[in-house]
Design a protein around this ligand. Sequence first.
Ligand SMILES: *Cc1c(COP(=O)(O)O)cnc(C)c1O
Length: 496
Amino acid sequence: MQVMSTRGKGEKIPATMAVLKGIAADGGLFVPEAFPQIDLDEMAEYAAHEYDILAAKVLGLFFDVPEDTLATLTQQAYAPFDDTRVVPLKRLSDREYVMELTHGPTLAFKDMALQVLPRLIRVGLDIHHQQENVLILTATSGDTGKAALEGFKDVPRTAILVFYPVDGVATMQKLQMVTQEGGNLSVCGVRGNFDDAQTGVKALFANEELKRILKEAGYTFSSANSINIGRLIPQVAYYVYAYAKLLADGMVEKGQKVNFVVPTGNFGNILAAYYAKRMGLPIGKLVCASNHNNVLTDFFKGGKYDANRTFYKTMSPSMDILISSNLERLLYEIAGRDEQAVRQWMASLKASGTYEIPQSAQQALHELFYADFCDEEETGRAIRDTFEKYGYLIDTHTAVAQCVYEKYRQATGDDTVSVVVSTANPYKFTQDVLRCVTGETVEDAFAAADRLAQATGTKIPPQIKELCEKPVLHDGCVDKDDLITAVNTFLHRMGD
Ligand SMILES: *Cc1c(COP(=O)(O)O)cnc(C)c1O
C-alpha cells in the first residue's frame, strides 16, 4: 500500500519506505491512502490461538511484504512475550474486559509495536535497496526508551542511541535502561529535563555536519517515536484480535458493537483503534482517558486545542503530554482529508499553542469519541477499588482508563460490552501502586516491590526482580547542549 502526508498534496510513497523515513519531508505524518477492510470470520479463526498470524495478516493489509516474511517477523516479535496468548483478555464482569498489552519484554504496551518496528525497518532496507544502515536516535521520558532498546537490540543494520533525563524518569525505568545489553546500542543520560533531551535530539536531526559524518560511517537517521507509521499499524492488530476473540468465545454476536477505553498520551494507541473501526471493526465508542493533563478532554468537549496550560507531573508519566502528535492523523480524516486545513491548524499550534476546529468536525468527533479525565486522587482510588472489587491489580495508567470508564457509564448509562486497555505492569510503578493499595510509603523500589507482592498476592515480574543484580552498562552522561559528543563516541564504538 501507498501512504501520503497529512500536510502534502497527495504524493504517495510505499508504506515500507515511510517506515524508513519516519516523518514526511513537509513535517506531516504518513497516513494510508485508503483503509483496507478486514474479514472478521477469518480473524476469529486466528484469534482462537495465534496472535502472531493475525498480526501478520493486519500488517499485510498495509505493507507490501511477502506473507511468509511477515509471518516470521511477527512470530519473532512476539516470541519473548511471557503469555502464549500474547494479548490476554481478562474478564472483570459480563460487560467489562481488560486487554493486557503488558506481557512484552519491557512490561509496557510500547512493546507491541517496538518489537515489530525494527524488523519492518530491516525488511524496508532490503526492499528499497537502501545501502546505508539506520541509526535511531530517541529521547525518552521512560517507557519508549526501554522498549525501543529491546526491540532494536542486535537487529542487523540498525543501531540505537537513547537519551533520557538523568533525574526525570522513575527508578525502575532508569534501571531498565542503564542495564540494557546488546551490541548495537547505547544509553546516555542528559543533565536536564525531558524537554532538554527532546530538544537536543531534534537539534541532532537538523545538524548537517552530523549528517555528513553519519553518511561517511554508512548510516541515515530514523525515529522510533510513535509518529512512525511502523509503530501505528502493529497496534491496529490487537483491537482486531480483541474483537475476534470475544466473537470466537461467544461473548459478542457478529456485528455487535464493542467500546474501547484507552489511557491516552500521544494519541497513538487510541488512533490505532480508530483505524480498526475504519477498517470495519464493529466499534461503538472510543473512550479517550486522560490524566490531570487533560488537554484532549477539553479538545473533544469544546473543539479547541489549547496547550497553554500548567504541565502536571503525575504518577502516570507516560501520559504527561500537552502536544499529542498523533491527533494530527485523526484531524486529517475528520476534515475529509483536507491537508490545507491540517496545515493551518498545525501552524497555529506551533505559533500560539492553540487551534480550533469547525462545528461540523466537532460533531463528527462526538459521534466517535467520548473523552474525560481523572486527577491523582481518583487514579489512586481506581487502583484500590479495582483490587478490592475484582482482586485485580492495575498500574497507574490503566487506572486512569478504569476510572474514566466508570465515569462514562455513570454519565451515559451505556452498558455496551467494553474493553479497557491495560498499558503497563503495576510493578513498573511500584511505589505509587503500593501507596494506592495499602497507603504505605516505601522509599526503596525493590523493598516496595516485595511489599506489594506480599500485600496483593501478585508476582514480581522477573524483568523487575533481576534489575537489582544487573550491572550498570551505560553510565554516560552529557550536558544538554552536548549530545553530539555521545553520538560521536557511539559511532566510534560501532565502527570498531
Ligand atoms: C505510552 C503510554 C501510554 C500512552 O499511549 P499513547 O499512544 O501515547 O496515547 C499509556 N500508558 C503507558 C504505560 C504508556 O507507556
